[in-house]
Ligand binder design. Structure first.
Ligand code: GDP
Length: 363
């Protein structure tokens, strides 16, 4: 799962990115993630991993990972090459979701690029740049699709109609997210176009220490907007998060408690990202490794196995499955088996959140 952090300059993006990625995880466990300076891999917190480890002693515990890409340089005019410009927009083409950081704190010492604190105007400024970039992508994709459709290519015909719907939204100054289609497969075609404003958005409302509940008037406005467009809002104080990231666990708990927080922002952000993207976790567990894997809700057992390795999906035979709750009740796999709770599932099985799976496959 990959998310791109966007926002105007000086709203707290780097503070948040650094705080989140400081608690970063060993990249050798994630061989498919290349790490660049603006990319961080953060663990998705999941207390069920500790529960599994209690009953299945193991050499290492590997949480699911969220890859964060910090997209700096997005300013008014970026789509026309202002600031760091268009080059940076290309970094968000591949992400699954956008974390849009908006300034929801007053601080006379921190200048605002637009002269005042106004999260809705800021959201619209960034959205406008992303929409302009999409407009250019849609126009060039349309030319190609129209040409291909003339040769009778069915897929290209669908692409033309998807692009027309996108164009209509952009012409109305609306982001593409929220667009609906009657044709089956249209959403898949839309995803294939990697348009920036088609991606789901999570607004990160950067608030001050004394607004941690996220009830201030700025956050309320962001919340209203997110509700309208099916997005989500997570209030975060980037400043406190950066202090938390510097501390060891005991001091961290003390600071959290003193500001009235129950958990670091990463937990709430990860939960919101899962919800926004319709994701869930399943586990693999053994003496070498206990590990969480991210899959879309509705994934079948072979698709879930494919997240580990594409060979597992191709050669899938069956899965042995139990739940974390079964493990808690029976304490070990042998007892789960004896109690008749170990299920043998075939290729049509739809994986549930919290399943512990053991896959059997041909190579
Ligand atoms: P970016 O340009 O969006 O990456 O913003 P930075 O992370 O560099 O933050 C800009 C300035 O705002 C820095 O001086 C931060 O210390 C400050 N800042 C970030 N978050 C907060 C916050 O929650 N409250 C206050 N008062 N200042 C913050």
């Amino acid at each position: 799962m990959e998310a791109g952090i966007v926002g105007l300059p000086n709203v707290g993006k780097s503070t948040l990115f650094n705080a989140l990625t400081q608690a970063g995880i060993a990249s050798e466990n994630y061989p498919f993630c290349t790490i660049e300076p603006n990319v961080g891999v953060v663990p998705v917190p999941d207390p069920r991993l500790a529960t599994i480890e209690t009953h299945i002693p193991t050499q290492k515990v590997i949480p699911a990972a969220l890859r964060l890409v910090d997209i700096a340089g997005l300013v008014r005019g970026a789509s026309e090459g202002e600031g760091l410009g268009n080059k940076f927009l290309s970094h968000i083409r591949s992400v699954d979701a956008i974390l849009h950081v908006v300034r929801c704190f007053d601080d006379p010492d921190i200048a605002h690029v637009e002269g005042s604190v106004d999260p809705i105007r800021d959201i619209e400024t960034i959205d406008m740049e992303l929409m302009l970039a999409d407009m250019a992508s849609v126009d060039s994709a349309m030319e190609k699709a129209v040409r291909a459709a003339r040769t009778g290519d069915k897929e290209a015909k669908l692409r033309v109609s998807v692009l027309e719907a996108c164009k209509a939204r952009l012409d109305a100054e609306q982001p593409i997210r929220g667009v609906t289609f009657d044709q089956p497969d249209a959403m898949k075609t839309l995803r294939g176009l990697s348009l920036l404003t088609a991606k789901p958005v999570l607004y990160v409302a950067n608030v001050d220490e004394d607004d941690l509940a996220g009830d201030n008037a700025y956050v309320q406005k962001v919340r209203e907007r997110a509700e309208r467009e099916g997005g989500l809002v997570v209030p975060v104080c980037a400043k406190i998060e950066s202090e938390l990231a510097e501390l060891d666990e005991a001091d961290r708990d003390e600071l959290l408690e003193s500001v009235g927080l129950t958990e670091p922002a990463l937990h709430a952000l990860a939960r919101a990202a899962y919800k926004l993207l319709g994701l869930q976790s399943y586990f693999t567990a053994g003496p070498k490794e206990v590990r969480a894997w991210t899959v879309p809700i509705g994934a079948t057992a072979p698709q879930a196995a494919g997240v580990i390795h594409s060979d597992f999906e191709r050669g899938f035979i069956r899965a042995e499955v139990y739940s974390v709750a079964d493990l808690e009740a029976h304490k070990n796999e042998k007892a789960i088996r004896e109690a008749g709770k170990l299920r043998i599932e075939g290729k049509d099985y739809v994986v549930s959140d919290g399943d512990v799976c053991h896959f059997l496959f041909n190579v």
